[in-house]
Design a protein around this ligand. Structure first.
Ligand SMILES: Cc1ncc(COP(=O)(O)OP(=O)(O)O)c(N)n1
Ligand SMILES: Cc1ncsc1CCOP(=O)(O)O
Ligand SMILES: [Mg+2]
Length: 237
C-alpha cells in the first residue's frame, strides 16, 4: 500500500528554520516523529531552494532513521520545484501542500504522480459552501484554520474585507461533517485545544509553534500526540 493510501494526518508538524528559535530543524523533526507525529511538512518563506532541498533531505533521513518512512509522510509547502529536485536527488519526499494562490493542484498531481500526496488549504471566504462543492479529485486532504490568530501566519483566515476569521469548535465540527475528504486544522493550536479539537471529528491537527517554539519540543510533541490519541480512544468506545 502506498503512503498516499495510508496517509495519517492526525498529528502534523509544519516546520522551517524561522520557527525553531535557532535550533536544528532536523532535531525537532526527529523528536516529533519519535513520539508519534504522523506527518511532516517543510515550510519556509525565507530559505532558498537549495536550503529547502537540504532540509527535505535531513527530514527524510531522520524519518528513515526512526524506521518510519512508510508511515510518516513528508511534504513540502508551496514548492513543486523543490519536491521535484529533491526526488531527482534520490530523496524520499511524499508530496506537497499548496494554498489557494499557489501552483494548481492539477499541475502538482500531474508532475508528482498518483502515489504522491497533495494537500490543499481550504478557502476562507464562504468556507462551508466551498468545502461542499470544491473539486477534490486531485487532493488528499484540506488544511483549514485558524483556530486562533497566530504570528506564524498573520494572513491565515483573512477574509475579503481584510479581517481574520478564526474558527470555533462548532465551525470545525461542521467542516468535518461536510468535507468529502480528510480535514486537518491548525493555526494557533495549543495543547489545551486538543481535547475539544479531537471531539470535532476532524482527522488531525497541525502545529508550528506549539512544538517548534516550546522550551522542550520533544516533551511538548509527546503531550500533543498522547492527548489527541487518548481523546480519540475515549470517543471510539
Ligand atoms: C497542513 C497545512 N494547512 C494549511 C497550510 C497553509 O498553506 P497556504 O495556504 O499555502 O499558506 P502558506 O503555508 O504557504 O503560507 C499549510 N501550510 N499546511
Ligand atoms: C495556519 C498555518 N498554515 C501554515 S503555518 C500556519 C500557522 C501555524 O500556526 P502556529 O504557529 O500557531 O501553530
Ligand atoms: Mg502556500
Amino acid at each position: 500500500m502506498s503512503i498516499r493510501e495510508k496517509l495519517d494526518i492526525s498529528a502534523y508538524l509544519v516546520v522551517g528554520p524561522e520557527n525553531t528559535k535557532g535550533r536544528d530543524v532536523a532535531e525537532i523533526i526527529k523528536d516529533a516523529v519519535e513520539v508519534g507525529f504522523s506527518c511532516v511538512q517543510i515550510r519556509s518563506k525565507i530559505a532558498s531552494a537549495r536550503e529547502l532541498i537540504e532540509l527535505t533531505r535531513q527530514a527524510s533521513n531522520v524519518i528513515a532513521q526512526a524506521g518510519k518512512s512508510d508511515k510518516v509522510a513528508l511534504l513540502v509547502d508551496d514548492r513543486l520545484d523543490v519536491v521535484l529536485a529533491a526526488r531527482k536527488q534520490g530523496i524520499k519526499v511524499d508530496g506537497i501542500h499548496v494554498g489557494q494562490s499557489d501552483i494548481p493542484v492539477e499541475v502538482c498531481r500531474e508532475y508528482l504522480g498518483g502515489n504522491s500526496i497533495v494537500g490543499l488549504s481550504a478557502r476562507t471566504h464562504e468556507l462551508f459552501e466551498y468545502i461542499k462543492t470544491a473539486d477534490v479529485s486531485q487532493i488528499d486532504y484540506f488544511g483549514a484554520g485558524p483556530l486562533h490568530e497566530t504570528k506564524t501566519k498573520p494572513d491565515c483566515g483573512l477574509d475579503l474585507d481584510g479581517k481574520v476569521i478564526t474558527r470555533s469548535f462548532d465551525d470545525i465540527a461542521e467542516l468535518a461533517r461536510l468535507s468529502p475528504i480528510p480535514v486537518v486544522v491548525g493555526g494557533g493550536v495549543k495543547l489545551a485545544d486538543i481535547p475539544e479539537l479531537a471531539g470535532t471529528g476532524i482527522d488531525g491537527f497541525f502545529v508550528v509553534s506549539a512544538v517548534c517554539g516550546a522550551d522542550n519540543p520533544k516533551s511538548e510533541a509527546a503531550k500533543l500526540v498522547e492527548t489527541w490519541n487518548s481523546e480519540r480512544f475515549k470517543l471510539s468506545r
